[in-house]
Write a protein that binds this ligand. Sequence first.
Ligand code: PHE
Length: 357
Amino acid sequence: MAELTSSKTIDLLKTLSSEAKEKISAAKLAVDVEQVRVSYFGKKGFISEVLASLKNFNAEARKEIGQVSNQVREELESLLSQKKAELETRELDQKLLKDQLDPTAPGVFYPRGELHPIRKVLREAVQIFEKAGLTPAYGPEVEYENYCFDKLNFKPGHAARDMQATFFVKNQGTERLVLRTHTSPVQVRILLKAAQNNFELPIRVQIPGRVYRVDDDSTHAPMFHQIEGLAVDRTATMGDLRAVLDYFFRNFFDEKTKIRFRPSFFPFTEPSAEVDASCVFCKGSGCKVCKQSGWLEVAGAGLVHPEVFDLCGWDSKSVQGWAFGLGIERLAMLKLGIPDLRLFFENRLSFLRAAQK
Ligand code: PHE
């Protein structure tokens, strides 16, 4: 390059500059702009090479060329960054437009957990009894045989013990333990505790919980749920009991539901009743479910037997009580129209989903 005069070099710089300007304005993408920058100002770039040859010129020529090259560089740098910014903005806009959220696109189904239908029915029943003034109370599922039977006035060897085929658990010292066959032993616990507590009255409780019996068919399971009701005061009548159950069934099924009491027997109540509700399917006119009777058996009930008060440390002459017990699975079958109890415990998702109401 030694033979180049300063004016030829300046011409060359100007030519390179206008060439670069054309390329910049023709660039379609930000990466193209970057390529132009590299090809003119990179290490081996056209303009860089011209400037590298400056050492062959005298001081005056270097000054002249230096001025022009600075000008060219400034001008091109600013065009380059302007164009790059412009193209980058456009590219981003296009990307955003393409990636835009489409609210009409089909969604993804996330299955949601639900309470088991039995748990839902149990909670609903508890809520209704709460409105009727009964406070929830609880007792253990592994229970003393004494509380499950003896203190409830089941006489030793009495046939009533066999009515509820019992799971026995290993003894605790001399105490025989069972899986409770009903929630009634919690009546015993509550009476014993209140007796210690200066016979505090009134008692108005409901006892929801699991119970166990050696039983397994389409309407009986080895484990099921009951709600026990217990009210104790100076006076307590079958009329009060009936009013509470009437309120419950009208709220649990529908306003038109009627109930009736039939005489029955339980060792721990006297008098005792079997409670029927008018059939929820045929409304009392007779169908397959109620075996044409128009009625469904839904609970056991009665006045607390004086013997139970005495066995729990009370003076049966100065106190009265009523009690009832109902099976939640049976109520759930009737409410949800489910024919086989075992479906509740197989836990097939298709069944559980269909049983959600
Ligand atoms: N415990 C009885 C049963 O499980 C039901 C019941 C409870 C009856 C309270 C009367 C009073 O069969």
